[in-house]
Design a protein around this ligand. Sequence first.
Ligand SMILES: Cc1cc2nc3c(=O)[nH]c(=O)nc-3n(C[C@H](O)[C@H](O)[C@H](O)COP(=O)(O)O)c2cc1C
Length: 227
Amino acid sequence: MLSIISKINSSNKLSEIVQHKLKETIKPLFRKGEYSTKEETNEVLETIKTRRSTRAFERKQIKKNEIEKILEVAKNTPSAMNKQPWKVYVVQKEELIRKIGGEISEVLTPQMTFLQRAKKQLQVPDPILYDAPTVLFITTKKERSMPLFIDIDVGIYLANLNLAAESLGINSVIVGLTKMHEEPVLKFLNIPDDETFKIALALGYRDSNRHPPEKKEIVTGNIKWID
Ligand SMILES: Cc1cc2nc3c(=O)[nH]c(=O)nc-3n(C[C@H](O)[C@H](O)[C@H](O)COP(=O)(O)O)c2cc1C
């Protein structure tokens, strides 16, 4: 569209009135010469804005091809020197998820009062993996030439998985607590010695009766424009 306008501009063949009319008609599509960034017409912005962590899931399993779609699209995540340092273990076995979540919960819940509260409020046996039907466990190789950026790479990858899932109507929560007591993850998934377990993403369909989306406080004052 921009190139058409510049051609029109440069050809000088159309009258100023026609040019003005044309610009007025397509103006809503542009902001500072780019396509509209209005959230209601931009699905990426809308997904980023409306995504929320989900901590109570329906018993419905996510179809394998949906998980594959999410993993496929997340392969495009940028990474330092394109190392793509992540590896993903996909777990959909209810029994295995319960075992891992249960063992972590047994250790962490007595130490953390917010976990005891969550367990009661959400009516879940373990407030770690929240009985999610699917969990992705992310590891990286221990020996790498670019260790400086591994955590950033994994973070971006995780965010893309999270948002890709949300855009397909699949809810999730990032579970950093799995790293605070990682032994059950290493043991039950047989993670080899040359890999480091990083973090987990629990996925499923939100049970809004048990966990309606909460109002979120957004931190302000953390953006400084350098003029
Ligand atoms: C690195 C990281 C670790 C997190 N670990 C946990 C966790 O272990 N358990 C949990 O319930 N939520 C966890 N969360 C989710 C945050 O609590 C959540 O993103 C935050 O409260 C903002 O809420 P929202 O995701 O609904 O916007 C984690 C999020 C991130 C980014």
